[in-house]
Design a protein around this ligand. Structure first.
Ligand SMILES: Cc1ncc(COP(=O)(O)O)c(C=O)c1O
Length: 391
């Protein structure tokens, strides 16, 4: 095993900044936390889940408590097909499987597609926990230059000429951590490069339904259906604790992924899948989503207004069209990493942008603000505090 692969695996076996943030916040409920990309705890639908559970058991009886197909619980597979169809993903049903969260889908894919020393190409910045998953499978994670619209097609073309990656990992919609969305033209250009080079792309699309303005864009999958693994999740719209992910695979990955998933968890909880099927199949599910969208859109507005008011000159940000994140870039010389502990001491938490780069020389001048779980009335005081510290 090369030194880089061994070091990568070692780093994946240590807790990362997001695990640490959850641990700290569990001890410090007083902190105003912009640190973790979690749904608003006040909007997690406890009563709704209780009634969906009763409906699921009434409908499916003990089947919902039994072992089942590794691919997924059939009623949820049917609802997943409808949800995907609404996003323009009209694939054959056998290509879809239910994973244990979007994270489980990434892990299943790595088991099938990644060997120690294999390369994964990622955007800069990218979703840090995914980098950990790739490294835990022995990947060499290579960053590809990106701009405000996402990965640059020419840079991807060059990287594909140089490496033969297991896959390219992209977050085209409401990216975690920057909030940016890749425009349709860029998606088409990236898909052209992927297809011409015979590469595989993973489209991580867990925020798709949290859109606050504008119209949905065509998925990467729609530009390269045979070369894309599409991953989405109900964590952000129903409840993370149910651990329901949905993945669409190209034909050649179907059998290996499901065979390997069987060895990990046999199947994603059929009980939770039955609840999720009720959620997606009823009007109440759509009504809940519209409550979330309304609330998060208002919070985002408050975040941006507070940044305008309290952040010093030299800091920049762009209001995203959806999702949970605002990326605030500071001037050269600003060190967000050095601000984490003083901010916590003053009662406000955030993650430094450096947590979202794969290369060791990550820039340290950005802050990721995750706003969905912060109570509306605490957003402005939290940003005022942070702005004061940044000044
Ligand atoms: C980009 C991205 N992908 C995947 C996940 C994992 O989601 P899940 O809870 O479905 O495993 C997250 C969660 O924060 C995420 O931000």
């Amino acid at each position: 095993m090369s030194t880089d692969v061994a070091l990568g695996r070692e780093s994946a076996m240590r807790s990362g900044p997001i695990d640490d943030a959850f641990a700290t916040l569990a001890r410090r409920p007083d902190v105003i936390s912009f640190a973790v990309g979690a749904p608003d705890p006040a909007l997690l639908p406890g009563d709704l889940v209780a009634s969906l559970t009763a409906a699921a058991i009434a409908k499916h009886g003990n089947t919902a408590l039994q072992y089942g197909l590794t691919q997924g619980f059939p009623p949820l597979l049917e609802q997943a097909r409808i949800l995907l169809g609404g996003r323009g993903i009209g694939c054959s049903p056998e290509r879809v499987h239910i994973s244990t969260g979007g994270s489980g889908a990434l892990h299943n894919l790595c088991m099938a597609q990644l060997y120690p020393g294999g390369v994964v190409l990622v955007e800069t910045p990218t979703y840090g926990p995914a980098v950990k998953v790739f490294r835990s499978h022995g990947a060499l994670v290579v960053e590809v230059a990106s701009d405000a619209d996402g990965m640059l097609p020419e840079a991807l073309d060059n990287a594909l000429a140089q490496h033969d990656p297991a896959f390219v990992y992209l977050l085209p919609t409401f990216q975690n951590p920057t909030g940016r969305t890749m425009p349709a033209v860029r998606r088409a250009q990236v898909a052209e490069v992927i297809t011409r080079r015979g590469a595989l792309v993973v489209e991580d699309d867990v925020y798709a339904d949290l859109r606050y303005r504008g119209e949905p864009l065509p998925t990467m999958w729609s530009f390269a259906p045979d070369r894309t693994v599409y991953i989405t999740s109900l964590s952000k719209t129903l409840a993370p604790a149910l651990r329901i992910g949905i993945a669409v695979l190209p034909d050649d990955l179907l059998e290996p992924v499901l065979a390997l998933k069987q060895g990990i968890d046999m199947q994603t909880s059929a009980f939770n899948q039955a609840i999720a099927a009720e959620f997606l199949g009823t009007e109440v599910g759509a009504a809940h989503l519209s409550v979330l969208v309304k609330s998060y859109a208002a919070k985002l507005h408050t975040v941006v207004a507070a940044l305008d008011e309290y952040f010093p000159a030299g800091f920049t940000w762009t209001e995203p069209d959806g999702g949970m994140f605002v990326w605030v870039a500071g001037p050269t010389g600003f060190d967000a990493d050095a601000l984490v502990v003083p901010a916590l001491n003053r009662g406000v938490a955030f993650l430094p942008g450096s947590a979202f780069f794969a290369a060791p020389d990550a820039p340290r001048n950005a802050i990721r603000l995750s706003f969905a779980s912060v109570p509306e009335h605490r957003i402005e005081p939290g940003i005022e505090l942070l702005g004061g510290l940044c000044a």
